[in-house]
Design a protein around this ligand. Structure first.
Ligand code: GLN
Length: 236
């Protein structure tokens, strides 16, 4: 690995890998390599301390019990928190939003202290949200509709330090009646979208990459199959 290799942290895929969100790290690596960058995925499992030195981080969704294990690990080894403080981009999918918040209540009613990186709290909703979700992004750097597949019982309320990633046009999103999907705070972007989200939303992938590389924008990649997938999903 050369010194200029971009290192993508895939955080706790052994417990937060249930929904295929590890694919987000693969998409990031591939989009870097197609542009001529060296890029590697660094898997951080429950056996490893969490390094604070990586260029960006991704975390995936999980069942309630698995996300509890992940929460404890991130509390014990605060490398992710330190990396986010220095501005390293962090992508948090579904359960990972809940884990990074102040607390979350599981479906069985247990309240668990989160990592406290983002100003959100999560409580179970009456009905599980399952299905396609589509949204209109609200943050600078994103102009295309976002699309994904949601599957969660938790509903996430944003506090004053956090803002929504997008407005829901289809599906449930954060699920607390404010019409929002996802969360943005500092260098953390969270979303309930599985898919994997970055395979479906290349603009979001490139936003994370441009922040990790410290550049204003990246040259577009011409990938007709990705455009086709987006058209199909937005029609679905
Ligand atoms: N266990 C959490 C919930 O049901 C998260 C699920 C997920 O990550 N898909 O809300």
């Amino acid at each position: 690995m050369s010194e200029s290799t971009v290192r993508i942290g895939l955080v706790l895929p052994d417990v937060m890998g249930t929904y295929g969100d590890g694919g987000n790290a693969v998409v990031l690596r591939q989009r870097l390599r197609m542009r001529g960058y060296d890029a590697e995925i660094v898997e951080i499992t429950l056996r490893d301390p969490v390094p604070d030195s990586l260029d960006l981080y991704t975390l995936g969704g999980a069942e309630d019990s698995a996300q509890r294990l992940a929460t404890r690990h991130l509390q014990k080894y605060p490398g992710l928190q330190q990396a986010a403080e220095r501005g390293a981009p962090v992508l948090a999918i579904c359960a990972a939003i809940q884990v990074l918040g102040h607390w979350y209540e599981t479906s069985s009613g247990e309240k668990v202290d989160g990592v406290g990186m983002i100003d959100v709290t999560t409580s179970p909703q009456d009905k599980r949200a399952i299905g396609e979700v589509a949204t209109t992004p609200m943050i600078p750097g994103l102009s295309q509709p976002l699309t994904g597949f949601e599957n969660h019982r938790g509903g996430t309320k944003l506090g004053g330090e956090a803002t929504g990633l997008a407005r829901v046009t289809r599906g449930v999103g954060n699920g607390v009646g404010d019409g929002l999907e996802g969360v943005v705070q500092g260098s953390v972007i969270g979303t309930y979208m599985h898919g994997p989200a970055l395979a479906r939303n290349p603009e979001l992938a490139d936003l994370l990459l441009s922040r990790a590389l410290g550049v204003d924008s990246l040259a577009p990649l011409n990938l007709p199959e990705v455009d086709q997938l987006r058209r199909e999903r937005l029609r679905a």
